[in-house]
Design a binder for this molecule. Sequence first.
Ligand SMILES: [Zn+2]
Length: 482
Amino acid sequence: MVQILAGVAALVMAASLPVAAQVAPERPGIPGNASQTGYASAMAKEAQGWLADLIRINTSNPPGNEQIAAMYIAGILAKEGIKAEILDLMPGRSAVVARLRSAAMADPSKALLLVAHLDTVPVDKSRWSVDPFGAVVKDGYLYGRGAIDDKGMLAANLAVFISLKRSMAHLNRDVIFLATADEETGGDASIRMLIAKHWEKIAAGYAINEGGNVFLKNGKVQYTGVQASEKVAFNVAVIARGTSGHASQPTKDNPVVHLAAAVAKIGNYSAPVHLTAIVKRYFEGLAPLEDDEIGKWIRSMDSADRGEHAQRVISDASPLWNAMLRDTIAPTVLTAGVANNVIPAEARANLNVRLLPGDTIDVVLNELKKLVNDPQVRLELQPNAGLAAPPSSLESDFYAVISKVVTQEFGGAPALPFQSTWLTDSAQLRLHNVQAYGLVPFPLAQEDLRRMHGDDERIPLAAFDKGVEVLAKIVTEFAVAH
Ligand SMILES: [Zn+2]
């Protein structure tokens, strides 16, 4: 820590004063104690510039085109005397990796991986109030696709990594910077390929990645969710078949009708609650942070007499909680019909299924078949199913460091283990024995979180600054010799 402070303090001195004077007076989204130390705001200020540049490089996936962003990052690292390696996975699609060594001989089991992804989901430009690739700053927010997911974390990782190098920190483990490609579709340029082709370049015992969040409630941090596990995604086709014919003489086997009935049944189905160890600990930690009424129902969730009612109250209170408690099935795409006056021979729907780790898709499929109970309707599991990975340990040294630092930094708001309903690159890492934790370190309100993958994605600059500072403290505490 001391070495970093000294190193970056020198940077602050070298930086021009006007930079410090430009700090936005408005700091929406988080309490006023954002950056208490000059070193952090200087580092964060520089990182803000990288984040803006990364937003301007369009890496909407598909097609991704992550190579340009990978080269940009390699260029930034080269200026710092860090040799980065661009790992090409498909034409125009690359990851980038760089390493700060702790010793001549690497010990992969100790190494710490800083992970973020280069690609973003696409945009519907017509629904944005600003250019999604313009990195517009407005009212203390930086707008742009990827501002939170995941270029914010990418820029923060870069800042922390570079500050370790500049300060010549005495590392007790290798620190590896990794920017992945194709995270959003998990295709042939994704971390799966990277691990298959280049595992030795990224092998690590620990990782920090997206996946968890610092949750604000009424302007204050309520808790930090440190992702240690994630749900597993599947797609299932619902296929109804019947006799095609003239719409002027409807038949009972019209597949559109059979499909619609099946989808309605599935859409109203709620899978049984299954409290995984991590979700149990999450709710135990959450109960005292919620109001008395919600707290009471959370505590009753596994009681014999009131359990079922309590689970219903909690599920109805929040779609996130509902999805943490059970397997979910969301109908997402409907396809049927060729003309307005023709009864089609086939109608299809897609179900996006998210299983709790440990649950199996066959059980869910059997349940849905019984529910639909229609010989004209078939369920078919689609390829590219997600992989179930073991959870990361809640007893590791790294988890303890993350918990300690975030609790200190966010005014005593606790760290809670978090099982995300969404997917991240961490599942692939956990399958390779990496203790991977998800934490986007920026304190964010629901209003900002819901814009991820949506319109007008933005990050409050004060939250970004604070996140850079928090991430620096986590990495310093874990990887720098004291
Ligand atoms: Zn992401």
